[in-house]
Write a protein that binds this ligand. Structure first.
Ligand SMILES: Cc1ncc(COP(=O)(O)O)c(C=O)c1O
Length: 395
């Protein structure tokens, strides 16, 4: 074939999920949009907060010259100063504009970080279940993910983590609030994680970076999601406004590097270079200028909480087993049969579209997104009752 062997094999490996999406489209055509309940993709149906549109209009109508040109690769200084100030107020650490690099979403941020940090053969520890793209983002730069088990409630298992760390470990990647489980790590666990990484870095004679992928950080229901920066020095955050401003199509995010990071200057310079040579060049100018204008704006998460409660209560009352999410907009229940793909196929027959846990490195489970209109979720509930009946979860 005329394409890379690695991409060709990745296409084959992703064929299961692609087939599911194709089946979803087929069913929508056959039965109509309102009869097919698509819980498979985390693409919020809600519009960005009103101040986003108002400020975008102001920016577009402004007569200021040069606003569509290249700027420093790391982004506009004013935007980076704004984000640094926010982190400074939150953590008490002396963040400055040079600690912030504007990126093409969190996906772009992670690729820049791995390009900067990884040598071929380096390992990045991820926790099961994990966001599918991590595998690609790490192997893009010759690294390998090392998936580590979590506890029954998907919280960190420190014994498993300790056993997995070796001389090959370059970084540990966490994601809280989590896709696909919705779990949020506590401050006590982050402090413990920081201590363990400090100890292991000393034992192996090389610093292990802690990377926190946090595009869902503002989407939390009961408790906030604490910052990693006060817990560990060699820390980097990759994040975006895709989810909290409900604008994943606009691709704006950033990397924040801890001012206490031992290799601070080198990592920052490396990441700016990586951003350039990966061809991203810089994050979108308009979106960068928008951020200081909208401040702490966030989509109203009330519908997400209502949806979480509706689905969680219904699934658990019909016999499904599920950990209650503390954030993000996903549920990750256990499949009633070990073969999660067969289970998903059975759900499809009822026009319920979901993703098997195998897609997140954790067979035996399935993922549901609930960033949709509550009315659609309410209409879908009888189908989950029927699914539970078919799998003998209820009488
Ligand atoms: C855990 C996680 N990380 C990163 C991303 C990528 O986000 P972005 O759209 O900001 O690139 C996503 C998107 O769904 C995600 O769920």
């Amino acid at each position: 074939m005329g394409i890379s062997a690695q991409i060709e094999s990745s296409i084959q490996n992703s064929s299961m999920i692609r087939k599911m999406f194709e089946e979803g489209d087929r069913r929508r055509q056959l039965y109509g949009n309102d009869k097919v309940f698509d819980f498979s993709i985390g693409n919020p149906v809600f519009e960005p907060p009103p101040e986003v549109k108002q400020n975008l209009l102001k920016l577009i109508q402004s007569d200021e010259k040069g606003t569509h040109r290249y700027m420093p690769n790391s982004g506009y200084p004013a935007t980076r100063r704004y984000i640094a100030g926010m982190l400074n107020r939150e953590t008490g650490l002396p963040f400055g504009e040079n600690d912030i690099i504007m990126t093409i979403g969190a996906g772009g941020a992670l690729n820049v970080i791995f390009k900067t940090l990884l040598n071929p053969g380096d390992e990045v520890i991820v926790f099961k279940p994990y966001f599918l793209e991590y595998n690609a983002y790490v192997s893009n730069y010759g690294g390998q993910i090392r998936p580590v088990d979590t506890r029954e409630d998907f919280q960190l298992d420190f014994d498993a983590l300790e056993k997995a760390i070796s001389g090959k470990t370059k970084a540990v990647l966490i994601n809280s609030p989590n896709n696909p489980t919705g779990v949020v790590y506590s401050e006590a666990d982050l402090v413990r994680l920081g201590r363990l990484l400090q100890q292991k870095s000393s034992e192996w004679g090389q610093p292990i970076s802690l990377i926190s992928d946090e595009p869902y950080r503002k989407i939390v229901y009961e408790k906030p999601s604490p910052s990693i920066f006060p817990c560990y020095d060699h820390a980097l955050v990759a994040t975006s406004y895709s989810k909290d401003l409900a604008m994943p199509g606009e691709r704006i995010g950033y990397i924040a590097i801890s001012p206490s990071h031992g290799d601070h200057g080198l990592v920052t310079a490396g990441a700016v270079l990586a951003l350039r040579i990966l061809g991203f060049v810089n994050a979108p100018a308009l979106m960068q200028r928008l951020l200081p204008l909208v401040g702490d704006a966030c989509v109203d998460i009330t519908p997400y909480r209502i949806n979480r409660d509706l689905l969680y209560n219904h699934l658990t009352s019909t016999g499904f087993s599920c950990v209650k999410p503390g954030g993000a907009f996903y549920l990750f229940p256990r499949s009633p049969i070990p073969d999660d793909v067969a289970f998903i196929e059975a759900a499809q027959q009822l026009n319920l579209l979901m993703v098997p846990g195998s897609g997140f490195g954790m067979p035996g489970y399935f993922r549901l997104c609930y960033c949709f209109e509550t009315e659609m979720i309410e209409r879908s509930l009888p189908l989950f009752t029927e699914l539970a009946r078919q799998f003998h979860l209820t009488d």
